[in-house]
Ligand binder design. Structure first.
Ligand code: CAA
Ligand code: NDP
Length: 291
């Protein structure tokens, strides 16, 4: 299947990054969200991130303009029906994702490939709720999408080889690198990364260190580009908690128990950068630790 048009569902931090890289690579992109404000914000963010690439001479002003012109937005999900490839990047909740695929599928071409950017949820189970499990895959981009090299490709039990090879070609066309992961909870990156973040929250919860000392320790002591709590805020604490819950339930092992402090931050609506407060408070000029 030759992919030329892409429909992206969900215009949050991942959806806008995915639209950005596809438009820059020459694909026509339709970006959908339930909220018109989210779509406006996404276009603003894409413009700013493309400007950054122009100012660092990675792309020209004309390439930026051409990329912006290839992106259209809509709050009507079914407008994405004519796309060759759908990338679902809505909130990490299985019921949300299943409803999107159910609403979309009567409007799709028989050849359309369906994918989810889920961080953790079973691809086989999501696929089984659609009319085309053989054309369904996990297509897991990393945050920030314009910068990170990796894309995880996850085949469900029924995914056919043609679909897998079509997506491999797409990843190559974006200048990124694919890694194949088997369909088990949280795949490869988050199976390893998220227990580390959860452990950092336990380290804070048990008073072993403060937010700042935990992050400094991992940046200066293990050469991580961001401390684990800073990274959790960057990913979104709701997403981190959702992934830990999938690991905990899916692997039935107490070592994946989400830290109660992580749950408390999510219950407070302190979801990290996207709500301006998480392990750090981002409302002032510089981030201030909340513990
Ligand atoms: C949860 C999941 O399911 C899976 C996941 O995604 S897990 C999260 C994975 N991501 C990570 O672990 C990110 C860890 N953090 C980092 O790698 C770095 O802190 C970072 C790349 C985000 C920023 O790096 P930095 O050195 O502090 O910032 P900065 O110097 O401004 O940026 C580095 C480069 O990225 C570019 N950049 C940063 N953000 C960008 C964006 N959103 N769009 C475009 N370019 C961007 C900058 O322009 C700069 O480019 P050059 O090298 O060409 O100059
Ligand atoms: N954050 C990260 O680092 C990474 C996240 N992912 C995965 O990507 C997906 C998106 O995450 P992320 O971008 O961070 O989340 P965000 O919370 O930033 O964005 C999700 C967006 O989806 C919208 N949305 C919710 N329901 C629907 C719907 N039915 N139709 C269309 N849009 C909808 C939300 O709208 P509203 O806000 O109005 O509810 C919001 O704008 C998740 O599956 C996540 O696990 C994958 C890799 C990295």
């Amino acid at each position: 299947m030759d992919v030329k048009t892409v429909g992206v569902v969900g215009a949050g931090q991942m959806g806008n990054g995915i639209a950005h890289v596809f438009a820059l690579a020459g694909y026509e992109v339709k970006l959908n969200d339930i909220s018109a404000e989210a779509l406006d914000r996404a276009l603003g963010t894409i413009g700013k991130n493309l400007d950054r690439q122009v100012s660092r001479e990675k792309i020209t002003e004309a390439e930026k303009q051409a990329a912006m012109d290839r992106i259209s937005t809509t709050t009507v999900l079914t407008d994405l029906g004519s796309s060759d490839l759908i990338i679902e990047a809505a909130t990490e909740r299985e019921t949300v994702k299943t409803a999107i695929f159910e609403d979309l599928q009567p409007h799709l071409k028989p050849t359309t490939i369906l994918t989810s950017n889920t961080s953790s949820i079973s691809i086989t189970r999501l696929a089984s709720r659609t009319d085309r499990p053989e054309k369904f895959m996990g297509f897991h981009f990393m945050n920030p999408v314009p910068v990170m090299q990796l894309v995880e490709l996850i085949r469900g039990i029924a995914t056919d080889e043609e679909t897998y090879h079509s997506l491999l070609k797409v990843v190559e066309s974006l200048g990124k690198t694919a890694a194949s992961a088997e369909d088990f909870p949280a795949f490869i990156v988050n199976r390893i990364l998220m227990p580390m973040i959860n452990e950092a929250v336990y380290t804070l919860y048990e008073g072993v260190g403060s937010v700042r000392s935990i992050d400094e320790s991992m940046k200066l002591g293990a050469n991580h580009p961001m401390g684990p709590l800073e990274l959790a805020d960057f990913i979104g604490l709701d997403t981190c908690l959702a992934i830990m819950n999938v690991l905990h339930e899916g692997l039935a092992d107490t070592k994946y128990r989400p830290c109660p402090l992580l749950t408390k931050y999510v219950e407070a609506g302190w979801l990290g950068r996207k709500t301006h407060r998480g392990f750090y408070d981002y409302r002032g000029e510089t981030p201030v630790p909340t513990r």
